[in-house]
Design a binder for this molecule. Structure first.
Ligand SMILES: Nc1nc2c(ncn2[C@@H]2O[C@H](COP(=O)(O)OP(=O)(O)OP(=O)(O)O)[C@@H](O)[C@H]2O)c(=O)[nH]1
Ligand SMILES: Nc1nc2c(ncn2[C@@H]2O[C@H](COP(=O)(O)OP(=O)(O)OP(=O)(O)O)[C@@H](O)[C@H]2O)c(=O)[nH]1
Ligand SMILES: [Mg+2]
Ligand SMILES: [Mg+2]
Lengths: 280, 289
């Protein structure tokens, strides 16, 4: 006989701790716990499994739907220009390698723009990923103007009839105004070549990021019109809870998740999987 | 800010007559919320507030003209005490001093290796390039080394970090380098194989300092990561990076509490000169916002 665990007075308190421990933040956690209380009252369920199922539904409501990101039929234009931004060390360059591989596997031609001309060996690192993914790369010398690399890449993509262009940028803290200005300039030059580009500006966030992730997303959304979030390093023990706050407050959808350091370690965001990460 | 919020709370409470212990506890809830917003681990925050409560429900606060200020002072002093209680500088006492860097992916280790080399530039530092996994990791160190005119020991096409460290140590001893800085690949605390590699590296090279490098913007998971690295390696110090951002850095409190190890340096930028000695009072101020 298997007796199902019942909800008791400690259940919601314990759950609250689990949500806080997942970097959901106090406000979203309080909101979620009160929604659960309402649902318990309304639906009258008493078993913990039902509570967890409801939690998963509530979280899914917050984070929205999944996207068919690598499907050519969903591309907004040709070339589909994607700019990758974010603070230092979150996983931008590695993610680009994985994305290029996925696009190519799905039948698209991909060009990578090495617009991190600042960090030591950034171009070499990206070249290795381009080679692993079997795609071309546009690069200039280290220390050159990143906007010029992007301009070059836009023109090359059009003349070579490429399906996708992915732009790597140098990591930068959102608090560095001069670096944000540099990024804005890259954006302007990009538009000079292709007015509608970039069609997606994806902000990479480390899954382990705390409440500072919200501050990062606010700035990158305001200054760069970020259109979505990539959560990298979700293969650790962190749950990426800050992404829920980012969606809730800034309406930035989670598009992709990074789950390791290999070429295949990239998945499209699936709300149910993400939500299950918070279930004890 | 926290002090404004506390002052408002106490103004309101004062209006209701003389302050009680229960009033103080309410005010401390506000402090606990501020700590959570600053990414202090929730268990660490709870324990911390319980300890502060003992001190805060005394007569001086209850009878004070500015109880809000009193509470903040008690919280601040307690934070400084925890953050700074194991303060110790990294001293060069061995020949060579062997500093091994470890931490999660992207935390800032490779850049830190260059910063430490620059910090100890008068001691003839040598950096050992032992990240054999990340694309162009060794190239990154070579470029950084050239920029600051520091020697980097590497072996092309070698996939054995232990062999590279051994040879680097031998070179350091033979050629009279004062400091050997070992850069390692970023790794997850739950990656059994990679954590074993670090344990083996420690056993064979016997570093005189093991620095755990952690990004200041990390959230609640800080305690899981830090305790696992500490259990496996018994590191001797912590370096907090990217403090030039606006992360409140509550992870500093969590990691200090959980491991009892000193924070030795903070990194405040991408350049070799962007390294500072850790100041517990500045960190406490930052965490409290
Ligand atoms: N475990 C894990 N590691 C990752 C993941 N994505 C990236 N990394 C690692 O994180 C580290 C930093 O990755 P990069 O791609 O260089 O990050 P970046 O944002 O381009 O860094 P900067 O250009 O210096 O700002 C590398 O060691 C990667 O292998 C992931 O999904 N999981
Ligand atoms: N703004 C800022 N950036 C930093 C700081 N420390 C490191 N960085 C940047 O963070 C990124 C990652 O630094 P790395 O030194 O490559 O990190 P790592 O720990 O060696 O990364 P892996 O080897 O992949 O684990 C780079 O872009 C660095 O320039 C810092 O204190 N402030
Ligand atoms: Mg990069
Ligand atoms: Mg490194």
């Amino acid at each position: 006989i298997v007796t199902k665990k019942k909800i008791d007075n400690d259940t919601l308190e314990d759950l609250e701790e689990v949500l806080i421990a997942s970097d959901l933040g106090t406000e979203p956690t309080n909101e979620i716990i009160s929604k659960l209380k309402e649902r318990i009252k309304k639906e009258g369920f008493i078993e913990i499994d039902d509570l967890y199922e409801t939690l998963s539904e509530v979280v899914c409501d917050y984070v929205g739907e999944e996207r068919d990101f690598f499907n050519k039929d969903t591309f907004p234009a040709k070339p589909f220009v994607i700019m990758i931004i974010g603070i230092n060390g979150v996983g931008k360059t590695t993610t680009i390698g994985k994305m290029a591989h996925r696009f190519r596997a799905a039948g698209s031609s991909v060009l990578i723009a090495a617009a991190d001309t600042f960090r030591a060996a950034a171009i070499e690192q990206l070249e290795i990923w381009a080679e692993r993914a079997g795609v071309d790369i546009v690069k200039h010398k280290s220390g050159s103007d990143p906007a010029a690399v992007v301009f070059d890449a836009m023109n090359a993509a059009r003349s070579r009839n490429m399906d996708v262009v992915i732009i790597d940028t140098a990591g930068r803290l959102h608090t560095k105004t001069n670096l944000i200005e540099e990024l804005k300039k890259i954006n302007r030059i990009c538009k000079r070549a292709i007015p509608e580009a970039p069609h997606e500006t994806l902000l990479v966030i480390d899954a382990i990021t705390g409440q500072n992730g919200l501050s990062q997303a606010k700035v990158f959304k305001e200054t760069m019109d970020a259109s979505g979030i990539i959560i990298a390093k979700l293969d650790g023990t962190a749950k990426g809870g800050i992404a829920l706050s980012i969606k809730r407050q800034l309406d930035l959808p989670i598009v992709l998740i990074g789950t390791g350091e290999g070429l295949d370690d990239l998945r499209e965001f699936v709300p149910k999987d993400y939500a299950m990460g918070f279930v004890p | 800010s926290l002090s404004e919020r506390l002052n408002d709370i106490f103004k309101r409470l004062r209006g209701q007559g003389k302050l009680t212990e229960a009033n103080i506890k309410d005010a401390l809830r506000e402090v606990r919320l501020a700590l959570l917003e600053a990414d202090v681990n929730f268990k660490v925050a709870k324990d911390f507030i319980n300890e502060v409560q003992e001190k805060a429900i005394g007569e001086e606060v209850l009878k004070s003209l500015s109880p809000g200020q009193q509470v903040i002072k008690i919280v601040f002093d307690e934070l400084v005490k925890i953050l700074g209680q194991h303060t110790s500088l990294l001293e060069i006492k061995n020949k060579p001093e062997i500093i091994m860097l470890c931490g999660l992916q992207g935390s800032g280790k490779t850049t830190l290796a260059a910063k430490l080399a620059h910090f100890f530039r008068r001691r003839k530092p040598l950096i050992a390039a032992c990240d054999v996994y990340r694309p162009a990791a060794i190239e990154q160190l070579k470029v950084l080394g050239k920029q600051i005119q520091i020697d980097v020991y590497s072996i092309d096409n070698c996939k054995d970090p232990i062999l590279i460290s051994k040879e680097a140590l031998q070179a350091a001893e033979e050629e009279d380098y004062g400091v050997l800085i070992i850069d390692t690949a970023g790794r997850l605390h739950i990656d059994e194989e990679m954590m074993n590699e670090l344990e083996n590296l420690k056993a064979i090279i016997k570093p005189t300092e093991i620095l755990f490098v952690i990004d200041s913007m990390i959230g609640q998971d800080a305690v899981n990561v830090a305790s696992e690295f500490n259990n496996r390696l018994e590191f001797s110090g912590i370096v907090l990076t990217k403090l030039d951002g606006d992360a409140r850095g509550g992870a500093a409190l969590s990691v200090s509490r959980i491991t009892g190890k000193p924070i030795k340096f903070v990194s405040i930028g991408e350049k070799p000169k962007d390294l500072e000695i850790f100041h517990p009072d500045r960190m406490a101020q930052r965490i409290l916002g």
